[in-house]
Design a protein around this ligand. Structure first.
Ligand SMILES: N[C@H](CCC[C@H](N)C(=O)O)C(=O)O
Length: 274
């Protein structure tokens, strides 16, 4: 099977053309491919498939390193756009992709960046079955012996966002792992730790569902910006500084889609026998 190794700010992917290759991967095979010692190594595996909608160019499927299929990956969407152009699967600058959470519109910019319309954020509890929210859009839970308050929003995948004073001191591993699997989140959850630097800039670390802490999380950057804007901590255009680099997030408020811009890098082509 042929694949391309790619990353978006160090959030790395095995990307597979499942249009020109007949691919059926079991969860065990996905875990093997994602394994950094016995396989290729990646945070997520992305499949490029034929569209299911008449108005879409492709179908975009995402699998976490633990083998579970999920419905959204922002950094992966940018790499998806770079991949289909590099492979000559499309010569467009903008295309629509079907995902299990709806459609995304991906646009390759002149300077090599990719802008993704990540869709309209959906708020708990309809999309994240939580206890009723407080008026401040904050939720609370006891996690690892700590009383936590956090924002919660779905970008097509569930995110909890915890505000911290200093991301370098945040309990990402301990609290992230416990909140990921908390009973409040039957589908589990991605956990972001957000430090607000100004109304236009935050720092963020994300403990990802099914992958642990990653160097960057695109949907997590969108979710953190949405929570910060809703709490009137941030303006509508936010620079999100992640360990792997920066993303530009734009959100005009409820009812509007979130736009995310950032790089997408192709590292090498590979072939592996399954
Ligand atoms: N771990 C996420 C999927 C990958 C999201 C992340 N890599 C991104 O860039 O958005 C989840 O289980 O919903």
């Amino acid at each position: 099977m042929e694949f391309t190794k790619m990353h978006g700010l160090g959030n790395d992917f095995v990307v597979i053309d499942a249009i020109n290759q007949s691919i059926t991967l079991t969860s065990a095979q996905i875990r093997f491919l994602a394994d950094r010692h016995f396989g290729v190594g990646c945070d997520q595996l992305l499949l490029v498939e034929k569209p299911v909608s008449d108005n879409a160019d492709f179908k975009y499927r995402i699998f976490n390193a633990d083998g579970g299929e999920v419905a959204q990956c922002g950094n992966g969407a940018r790499c998806f756009a770079r991949f289909v152009r590099d492979k000559g699967l499309s010569n467009k600058d903008e295309f629509t992709v079907d995902t299990d959470a709806g459609q995304l519109v991906l646009r390759l910019d002149a300077e090599g960046l990719v802008t993704v319309n990540m869709g309209i954020p959906k708020h708990a509890p309809e999309h994240i079955p939580l206890l009723m929210p407080h008026e401040s859009l904050l939720y609370e839970a006891e996690v690892a012996g700590q009383h936590l308050e956090f924002g919660a929003v779905s970008m097509g995948n569930p995110h909890a966002v915890i505000r911290v004073d200093d991301v370098t001191q945040a309990p990402v591993e301990s609290v992230g792992a416990q909140l990921e699997c908390h009973r409040l989140f039957p589908q589990r959850v991605n956990v972001g730790f957000m430090q607000v630097l100004s109304r236009q800039r935050i720092k963020l670390r994300v403990y990802e569902r099914g992958a642990a802490e990653t160097l960057a999380c695109g949907s997590g950057a969108c979710a953190a910006a949405v929570v910060g804007i809703e709490q009137d901590l941030l303006d509508n255009d936010v620079i999100v500084g992640l360990p792997g680099g920066e993303l530009k997030i734009q959100w005009a408020g409820r009812g509007h889609p979130v736009l995310m811009s950032g790089p997408a890098v192709s590292v090498y082509e590979g072939r592996i026998r399954l």
